[in-house]
Ligand binder design. Structure first.
Ligand code: BGC
Length: 420
């Protein structure tokens, strides 16, 4: 008997010992899949790498280039299918919920409780980061897409002023054209075109219309004359791009504005990250205005770090990543460089430039005033299948495969119906 007890005790000790050594062998590495490959994005990401390296974590980078993240999401799908989960992956809105539903996400609720995320992260983001009452993602930032980024010297050269309506924007583009400058810097990739179209729809139809059409997917709104008019406006504005726009990456379009080769880019505020990386100052070198007719509303997306259900020895690294991501100091340092604004409401705007301060104030006002809307192009309006159908129709229209606004509306309604 005594011997038996001793043996049991020995086994117990051995098990405890194994546990202790498993903890000692925690993998001190964060494996992160993302599409932050431009200059500004890489600079922002290195803020996070540095924070984690101070805590002793190595960074295993899994970059998949391609703005908007379509290529990255294809790579992620393959990794998850193979059971090879990264510690975390950059993700947008509905994609987080899809993976959560699939049952492959981890549970960060204990960390969220400890760090007070419930109170500090806006409810609009919690809708996508919390699934069945569990935190499955850490929201890194809030971007918004309804912006104009304008080269100030070019603006002065052509004697332009802030456009307050869509018609004024077109008049401004005409002035640039007359002066021999490319008026509109755009990359002809479906996600860039659709991101711009989000703003056009908000400008054309107003906040209620945007919400009904692109967040509620209300069929009457989708097939309305207002949607047709939005496509008419897209047809008008697209005439101001240069002949080489097809396939161009978004950051190269931003570079055209930075260098003064083009007047304006309509893009999410990740474009501002490129101005920051080029050491440009708002008000001096460039101007940030809301897309005309959208002042007072914010079309947002938020980069989330979706947290996978990794093996036990990789959980500590995941918790360290999540904790660092939502710390107030990181939220300020990272978002200043990224062009976005903090994903928690209690971060001071002190370190942000004028555009960042405006972004923070606009987000707060929109959140309180009910004019904060998810970007359909950026994964916050509807699930990925619908967003992809939308991007496809917008792009076909831009590239002439769909010839009229009537046809575009018809195909949009059909494509969204098929994807529902
Ligand atoms: C992401 C941004 C990123 C941009 C361009 C967007 O979908 O939210 O963080 O900078 O794509 O790559």
């Amino acid at each position: 008997m005594r011997k038996f007890l001793t043996t049991t005790a020995m086994i117990a000790l051995a098990v405890a010992g194994a546990g202790a050594s498993a903890r000692a062998a925690d993998v001190k590495e964060v494996q992160m899949l993302h599409w932050w490959t431009s200059g500004g994005e890489a600079a922002a990401l290195s803020v996070l790498k540095q924070d984690l390296s101070k805590e002793g974590y190595a960074w295993k980078d899994v970059p998949v280039a391609g703005g908007g993240g379509d290529a990255a999401m294809t790579a992620l799908k393959a990794m998850v299918a193979a059971g090879n989960y990264p510690t975390a992956s950059q993700m947008l809105g509905y994609t987080v919920l899809d993976y959560a539903q699939e049952g492959v996400m981890g549970d960060l609720t204990a960390t969220a409780k400890k760090e007070g995320w419930d109170k500090s992260v806006p409810k609009a983001l919690q809708k996508f980061a919390v699934y069945n009452g569990k935190w499955v993602a850490a929201p890194v930032n809030v971007h918004s897409v309804n912006w104009l980024w304008i080269n100030k010297a070019v603006m002065e050269k052509i004697g332009g002023k802030q456009p307050k309506t869509f018609a004024e924007l077109i008049a401004l583009l005409d002035k640039a054209k007359a002066a021999g400058v490319v008026p509109l810097a755009l990359g002809g990739q479906n996600w860039q075109e659709a991101t711009m179209f989000d703003s056009i729809v908000l400008s054309t139809g107003g906040p209620e219309f945007y919400k009904k059409a692109f967040n509620d997917l209300d069929e009457d709104s989708l097939k309305s004359d207002t949607m047709k008019k939005s496509f008419d406006n897209l047809a008008t504005i697209i005439k101001y791009v240069d002949p080489n726009f097809s396939g161009r990456d978004w950051n190269l379009a931003t570079a055209m504005v930075i260098k003064g080769d083009a007047l304006v880019q309509v893009m999410g505020d990740w474009a501002k990250g490129e101005f920051v990386a080029a050491k440009k100052t708002p008000g001096t070198d460039y101007l940030c205005y809301r897309f005309p007719g959208t002042e007072g509303s914010v079309i947002y997306n938020s980069d989330m770090f979706g947290m996978f259900n990794v093996p036990a020895d990789r959980k500590a690294a995941q918790v360290a990543l999540a904790t660092a991501t939502l710390s107030k100091s990181f939220q300020s340092a990272f978002n200043v460089v990224k062009g976005s604004v903090p994903s928690r409401t209690d971060v001071p705007d002190t370190a942000f430039d004028a555009c960042g301060k405006k972004g923070i104030a606009d987000l707060k006002a929109a959140n309180e005033g009910g004019t904060l809307f998810g970007s359909l192009a950026q994964g916050y309006g509807a699930p990925p299948a619908i967003a992809n159908a939308y991007k496809d129709v917008v792009s076909k229209f831009v590239h002439g495969q769909i010839k009229t606004s009537d046809e575009a509306v018809k195909q949009l309604v059909q494509a969204i119906d098929d994807a529902r």
